[in-house]
Design a protein around this ligand. Structure first.
Ligand code: ADP
Ligand code: MG
Length: 288
């Protein structure tokens, strides 16, 4: 037979947007002292709009740049990719076929079009390979910028915007009131990260982090004596979700994140995290 408290809590959790995959992690949720949020798709909606197309190669025009990017991004499930493809479809652009598609988590994607190699990558990737980042790319702090390389030369870049989820502000305030520290770890550039962090009043943020670095951040906080929860939606968040004491996936995210997490927020609302903690406290108080 199912113990009564467990049966009740399962019904309650389902009604409150929580899918509990690991009971021990749920039981431990009342011990959380720090939460690390992924930005894209977690604190923000993860619905990117293309705001500007900037061309740096005189042989290419804006539509061609967008066409190339969208053709390649059709193969990716990243929110940036979906935004680019949506924008190209709205313009009714015909997308050419591609081959040899490759994705590198936290960095970008590449493929061949007519035997020409294109890459769509993060600013961090440009730094890594020693390409100079054009100053104009970051004249507005809240934009996410991805660069398009043609045969490893900068062909242009796209500026995209996402928006903060309505529930994020409340969620952060409520957690802080409970004495829980709130942090954000994102693969996005530092200016965008700072802008989101300032708007939400987070206790701190980490930007341009690669997937393995997200999990190192969790370890660091644990070593400082914290009981750490991590919230994410992407393939890139999976290692950190696994490392955290309580791994929480956003329901609208990828299967990989959901399969790695202890708890899934079915309504995709970060506010349900406070419900999770209060519910954990109430459930296990009753049992003692
Ligand atoms: P986040 O932590 O915000 O979810 P990711 O770790 O998934 O970000 O990605 C980090 C950065 O890598 C993105 O901001 C972007 O610059 C680049 N990137 C990742 N995937 C793609 C993609 N499919 N197309 C273009 N850029 C990408
Ligand atoms: Mg994400």
């Amino acid at each position: 037979a199912v113990p009564l408290v467990s049966a009740i809590s399962t019904t309650y959790s389902a009604k409150n947007g929580l899918l509990i995959r690991n009971r021990t992690a749920f039981e431990n949720s009342r011990k959380i002292t720090a939460i690390v949020f992924d930005k894209t798709g977690t604190l923000t909606k993860g619905e990117f709009g293309v705001k500007e197309i900037c061309v740096m190669d005189s042989n290419i025009d804006k539509n061609e740049l967008l066409t190339v990017a969208a053709a390649i991004e059709q193969e990716s499930e990243h929110p940036i990719a979906k935004g680019i493809v949506r924008h190209a479809k709205k313009q009714k652009l015909n997308l050419p076929s591609i081959s040899s598609f490759k994705a590198e988590k936290g960095k970008g994607v590449e493929a061949l079009i007519d035997d020409i190699q294109f890459k769509i990558v993060s600013p961090g990737y440009l730094k890594e390979v020693g390409l100079e980042i054009p100053n104009e790319a970051f004249d507005n702090s809240s934009e996410t910028v991805v660069f398009i390389l043609k045969e490893n030369t900068l062909a242009g870049y796209l500026k995209l915007t996402d928006s903060i989820r309505d529930e994020s502000q409340d969620a952060i305030h409520l957690l802080q009131k409970k004495g829980i520290k709130t942090y954000m770890a994102t693969g996005d550039n530092s200016q965008t990260a700072k802008s989101v962090s300032d708007q939400l009043g987070l206790d701190g943020y980490y930007s341009e982090v690669l997937p393995h670095q997200k999990s190192e951040i969790i370890t660091e906080l644990q070593q400082k004596g914290n009981f750490v929860a991590m919230t994410g939606d992407g393939v890139n968040d999976a290692p950190a979700l696994a490392k955290a004491d309580v791994g929480i996936a956003i329901g609208s995210g990828t299967d990989v994140a959901a399969e790695t997490a202890d708890i899934i927020l079915t309504e995709s609302s970060p506010k349900d995290i406070t419900r999770l903690i209060e519910f954990g406290q109430a459930t296990y108080r009753k049992m003692i």
